[in-house]
Every structure is written in structure tokens, then in C-alpha cells.
Write a protein of this length. Structure first.
Length: 215
């Protein structure tokens, strides 16, 4: 489904991270899927995982604006009422229906890779999950109040804080691996490769490791 939408809200998280909220219309998606955004009458487009729950009345995307990312900078400059073209939904990083409320899920994200996990959690209210979020600095924390305090663990690699100091792999090594869980990984390829290797070395079968590479 491809349609013309518009920005109806904008939340600034820090100097280079924001949430854009779009008019949803009749659009439907499954948590974990992504949409393709483009500007009216232009061919250039980018993929963004949906950040909100399936049953909400809007569509949200989490955007990190980068100096070298002309497209993301243009998205960051959008204001309420500005038009956008949405195409989708796309992608297969979705939870299997029979697994949603059965067993424990471990979500492991780096940076904006937290997007599909927030969508899972907002959609499935009784989900049994733990979320590991790897970021560099305290200022990179992304709306952590949306999660139950006992369900989220921040791993901050480049700053001292009250949170765990180190990468998500360091946290996993120190705290052990639950072999009864299904692991879902989303973020940069280095993190996904390192965590996947660590999990497999410790007895997690590939079928219980689900991945989505962001960059």
C-alpha cells in the first residue's frame, strides 16, 4: 500500500534522534515490519521500522539524523503538516503467533534498532520479555520509561553511569545465557554478528536467534 500521509507530531529525543508521527489512515501492519518513506514527487527513499504498536491510530518512526545522511536530515527538518509518501508494510522480522505469549523473549538492540522491539511490546501487552539496549552515552537513551524498569537493561559503552558499563556482549558474558529463551537481535551488523556467535557458542540453536540488520 502506497499513500500520501503527513506529519501530525514530532518528538525530539536528543540533538540527533527524534520520532516522527504520521497520519495512519487505513494502513495496517504487523509489529516488526517496516515502511519505506519518500518525499512527494521524488524517487529517493529509505526504510524505517515502525516504532509504535499495531493497534494505535498513528504511525511512528524513530530517526537518527546523521551529518552524512542527507535523507535523514531532511526528515529531521519536517514539521507538523508536512507531506510524506509511505509505502508498505514490508519485512518478516515479526513474532510467530504461537510464540507471542509462550515462553520468554530476549530483545537485544543497538541504537535505533530498538524500534521493532518497542512495537512488539506496545502491541502485545502480556509479552514475557527482557530488553538489552546498547548505546554509547547517557544522552543516547531512547524513551526508556516506556518499558517496565525490571524488563530493560541499558548497556552504555563509552560513559560511566548507574547503568551497566560496556557492550551488550559484555553484559551477556557477565550475566549468562538463558537457553530456554528466543533471542531477537536488531541493530548494526557488528553487534548482530558478535551476539549471534556468542549465543551459538553457548548452545542457542540458530532457529531461536532472529535477526534484523539496520546498518
Amino acid at each position: 500500500m502506497k499513500f500520501r500521509s503527513k506529519v501530525i507530531d514530532k518528538r525530539r529525543i536528543n540533538e540527533d534522534t527524534l520520532v516522527l508521527v504520521f497520519h495512519k489512515g487505513d494502513f495496517k501492519f504487523t509489529a516488526g515490519q517496516y515502511i519505506i518513506l519518500s518525499f512527494p514527487n521524488e524517487k529517493e527513499a529509505r526504510e524505517y521500522s515502525l516504532y509504535n504498536g499495531e493497534h494505535e491510530n498513528t504511525l511512528e518512526v524513530l530517526i537518527k539524523t546523521l551529518p552524512e545522511g542527507r535523507f535523514s536530515l531532511r526528515l529531521g527538518d519536517l514539521e507538523i503538516g508536512d507531506p510524506i509518501i509511505i509505502d508498505g508494510p514490508n519485512g518478516f522480522f515479526i513474532m510467530k503467533p504461537d510464540e507471542i505469549e509462550m515462553g520468554k523473549h530476549i530483545f537485544i538492540a543497538s541504537g535505533t534498532g530498538i524500534s521493532p522491539f518497542r512495537s512488539y511490546i506496545k502491541t502485545h501487552k502480556n509479552l514475557d520479555y527482557s530488553l538489552l539496549h546498547g548505546i554509547r552515552k547517557i544522552n543516547d537513551i531512547i524513551e526508556s520509561d516506556d518499558y517496565k524498569p525490571d524488563n530493560i537493561q541499558l548497556c552504555i559503552s563509552r560513559e560511566d553511569s548507574t547503568h551497566f558499563k560496556g557492550r551488550v556482549t559484555d553484559y551477556i558474558i557477565e550475566n549468562g545465557i538463558d537457553k530456554a529463551c528466543i533471542y531477537h537481535l536488531c541493530g548494526n551488523s557488528e553487534m548482530i554478528n558478535d551476539v549471534s556467535e556468542l549465543l551459538e557458542e553457548n548452545g542457542i540453536t540458530p532457529k531461536n536467534i532472529r535477526t534484523e540488520v539496520f546498518f
